[in-house]
Design a protein around this ligand. Sequence first.
Ligand code: ZN
Ligand code: ZN
Length: 361
Amino acid sequence: MDHRLARLRAALDEAGLPALLVSAPANRRYLSGFTGSYGWLLVAPEAALLFTDSRYTLRAAAEAPGFQVSELANPGRPLATALAEAARERDLPRIAFEAAHTSVADHANLAASLGDAVELLPCEGVVEGLRQVKDAAELAALRRAVAITDAAITAVMPQLRPEHSERQAAWMLELAMREGGADEIGFPIIVAAGPNAAMPHYHPGDAPLGEGRPVIIDMGARLDGYHADLTRTLVLGAPDDKFWAIYDIVLEAQRRALAGLRPGAISSDVDALAREHIAAAGYADSFGHGLGHGVGLNIHEAPSLRRAGPDAPGAPLQAGMVTSIEPGIYLPGWGGVRIEDLALVTADGHEVLSMAPKLRA
Ligand code: ZN
Ligand code: ZN
């Protein structure tokens, strides 16, 4: 954890921020190792404090040896009071806070307690920026989560029958991931059969998987806080020509995007490699979501591989990033096809992490 803290301090220094109050759970875990559900970090050049309450003080001390644990109590010693003490003791004139993870009510409490002595500065994406590039321990956890996910779908796929409902299939997949060693499922499993597969984030219901129609399965294990994310589209029985036509367009779109995945490539350009292939095939309006997203302590995190917009230009990819590559085509009334793999950006290109079989190589 020490090198993560060092990187954060360098980033704060570069941004001219004297201290950062960390409230996002994934950022807290990333920097400290503390896995509890309640807590804040205060990081300054000479300080690394972890505020939590009595439910977690022992765990925090064990998991976050690099931090000084400071016990909160509500009522008695809420965060606002403890933070004001820390600012006074350490002579901190300004403290940055994570604007995207701080409620208006919390901000008001903090501001009232800190008074005029300490200025609160909103900031965004400081720790998230560091988390984009995975270190060795993170990559090891991600690889294990991916392996559990791959093994689960590979084992369950031959057991699926047309009369199974989407829900039954989702449960079989969840069971296989848990039996394979997952701590949890990383997100609610999607099993979408037939026309339901036209909804990219469908929730499984009573519909049977059926025969000769697309079934989209999107799933991922969570292990030690890290997430896998995998989508396969399959058909029970014989697919028709339309299915193969759509499937091959999506597969080729994914292949093209992967071919462009390397350090220095601009995220929106990689999206375009897949998107232009789908558009050229006549399905420009049938691929609404972005091509991919980073995964790690969150299932969706930076970087984002999508079309560039006025507020969100593309950014160069870096070695050590792990991203999904998940083009899809969705046709209301018919269904859809999505194929998703995780890939690691390496020094000279990329490595596809997901190994679960596809209908075509
Ligand atoms: Zn997914
Ligand atoms: Zn995904």
